[in-house]
Design a protein around this ligand. Structure first.
Ligand code: GRF
Length: 193
């Protein structure tokens, strides 16, 4: 299965997926990292892993439609089947959505619909929520909306600082994203057979 991963920042989810032997053995091929921030740390991670990078910045385009069209032009010849968003800090518009209908997946660090949007971990921490978590979902035109694929809870410990909680949420994210992609690979392999 040929995928592109979209990311804007650190890229720990990108790396967790890219380093998974289980996923590559099951047929995952990461053809491209698409990044909208030229100085993002994720670019270095991709270079280390020898995964091609496409840096595409919104500020170089007149609008979001043409920005996404440039991404589509890059993805088409690579025959990308799924797009995995991993800390991609842009709302995806109809332009990309209509080209990859039901084939764009996102990860979000809360139990959606709670804390959609920015700073989800911080907001859950500051609200003293005893339970928070992670959601992986297909996207639609909203912010962190769209059909949910999987959710996992993360329990806040009494001793947690915001940073401890964040670390545990990220660990849960990495595990979950790998599992969801593995399930997708198995499902798709099944269909092909
Ligand atoms: C993750 O918490 C993800 O849920 C959110 O952005 C963060 C990206 O982290 N959408 P990283 O860049 O993968 O480390």
């Amino acid at each position: 299965m040929r995928v592109a991963i979209f990311a804007s920042g650190s890229g720990s989810n990108f790396e967790a997926i890219a380093r998974s032997k289980e996923l590559s053995e099951a047929g995952l091929e990461i053809e491209l990292l698409v990044c909208d921030q030229k100085d993002a740390q994720v670019i270095k991670r991709a270079q280390k892993l020898k995964i091609p990078v496409f840096i595409n910045q919104l500020t170089d385009f007149p609008d979001r439609g043409t920005y996404e069209q440039a991404i589509i032009e890059k993805l088409k010849p690579l025959k990308i089947e799924y797009i995995l968003l991993a800390g991609y800090m842009r709302v995806v518009t109809e332009v990309l959505l209509s080209e990859y209908t039901n084939r764009i997946i996102n990860i979000h660090p809360s139990l959606l619909p709670k804390y959609s949007g920015l700073d989800a971990i911080k907001r859950a921490y500051e609200a003293n929520d005893e339970v928070t978590g992670v959601t992986i979902h297909y996207i639609d035109e909203g912010v962190d909306t769209g059909p949910i694929i999987k959710q996992s809870k993360v329990i806040r410990l009494k001793s947690d600082t915001e940073s401890n909680l964040e670390d545990r949420i990220h660990q849960t994210e990495h595990q979950m994203y790998r599992q969801v992609v593995l399930d997708l690979l198995n499902k798709n392999n099944g269909v092909v057979e």
